[in-house]
Design a protein around this ligand. Structure first.
Ligand SMILES: NC(=O)c1ccc[n+]([C@@H]2O[C@H](COP(=O)([O-])OP(=O)(O)OC[C@H]3O[C@@H](n4cnc5c(N)ncnc54)[C@H](OP(=O)(O)O)[C@@H]3O)[C@@H](O)[C@H]2O)c1
Length: 286
């Protein structure tokens, strides 16, 4: 007998994300168990409920989604989930706090359509936020030299340190916003992941750049890159810069998010963090 597909949502926020629940429903999940305010010490008990209820042959029909707006806490939840599994008693898990992994994956895939990321000089604005950090991590994983920009160079340096924990050989440079603008004439890839409703670059800054691709993830006016329209999807501006706006990237983000959730039910051993979601998205969208 086929078991119904159950997704257990572990959310670190006081309210479980409605966005993530709707995407789960649209991805073929039949039963959604929504847990909110989850802390790492509560995870073992919750995960035991997933591991010990169905036989090993049916565990692929149960999966876990870890989300919420606090990325560092969500990462601790994932660690606690992984520590609870043993032997074949495990279920597939996806980590996507604040949509950071799926959004960053969609942005870097868009960048890779127009630039050779292995040799790219890249700049990430808002690189200390959940989405910016993941985008910088994925670019660095491809071999790009990535400048991580923040209003505080110290925070940018801390973000570089976190990425180096995963990619020790990553080529990363922390920059402040002035240095970020000054680097534009030598950058080929720009991802703007600043906070919603904050303009990160004026129109004339991009005119003086050597960019091949510019991606803005902020949909709320004013947008992050003044030259880019939210609907842009590879639109050429400023004599040859391929531009993507937040809605242009958002369509791919949604495709990746839904397909990744559906894939959790194909086996009981998937662990989808930024890199796995990025690789998954590349296969899906190319
Ligand atoms: N298109 C999509 O599908 C999608 C999905 C999810 C998110 N998003 C968007 O992606 C963007 C990034 O998301 P997030 O959650 O990572 O953002 P966030 O944490 O709210 O902000 C990212 C960074 O922006 C910088 N920042 C904040 N206020 C600023 C200001 N007034 N001036 C300059 N910099 C400022 C901060 O860095 P410092 O303090 O270090 O300077 C912060 O770490 C947002 O615009 C969000 O709406 C899009």
């Amino acid at each position: 007998m086929r078991r119904p597909r159950i997704l257990i949502q572990l959310d670190c926020d006081p309210q479980t994300s409605v966005f993530d629940s709707v995407v789960a429903a649209d991805s073929g999940v039949e039963h959604l168990f929504r847990h909110r305010d989850v802390t790492p010490d509560q995870v073992e008990r919750l995960v035991h409920g997933a591991m010990f209820t169905r036989g090993p042959q049916d565990l692929h029909s149960t999966a876990i989604f870890v989300g919420g707006s606090k990325v560092a806490v969500a990462e601790q939840l994932l660690d606690a989930v992984m520590k609870t599994f043993f032997g074949p008693l495990r279920v597939s898990v996806m980590l996507d706090p604040n949509g950071a992994n799926t959004t960053a994956a969609a942005a870097v895939i868009a960048a890779g359509r127009h630039a050779d990321l292995r040799a790219a000089e890249a700049l990430v604005l808002g690189a200390t936020g959940p989405v910016g950090q993941r985008a910088a991590r994925l670019l660095a994983g491809e071999g790009a030299h990535v400048r991580l920009a923040s209003r505080s160079k110290e925070r940018a340096a801390q973000a570089c340190g976190r990425i180096r924990e995963r990619h020790p050989k990553a080529r990363l440079t922390p920059v402040d916003l002035e240095e970020a603008v000054a680097s534009l004439p030598t950058c080929g890839v720009l991802i703007s992941a600043g906070a919603a409703g904050v303009e990160m670059l004026h129109e004339d800054s991009m005119e003086r750049s050597s960019l091949q691709v510019a991606i803005d993830l902020n949909a709320l006016p004013p947008v992050g890159l003044a030259s880019v329209d939210v609907m842009d999807r590879g639109t050429e501006r400023h004599s040859g810069i391929h531009c993507y706006g937040a809605i242009g990237v958002g369509g791919d983000k949604m495709k990746i998010h839904k397909a990744a959730i559906a894939s959790l039910f194909e086996s009981n051993s998937l662990v989808l963090d930024a890199e796995e979601i990025y690789e998954f998205g590349k296969k899906l969208l190319h």
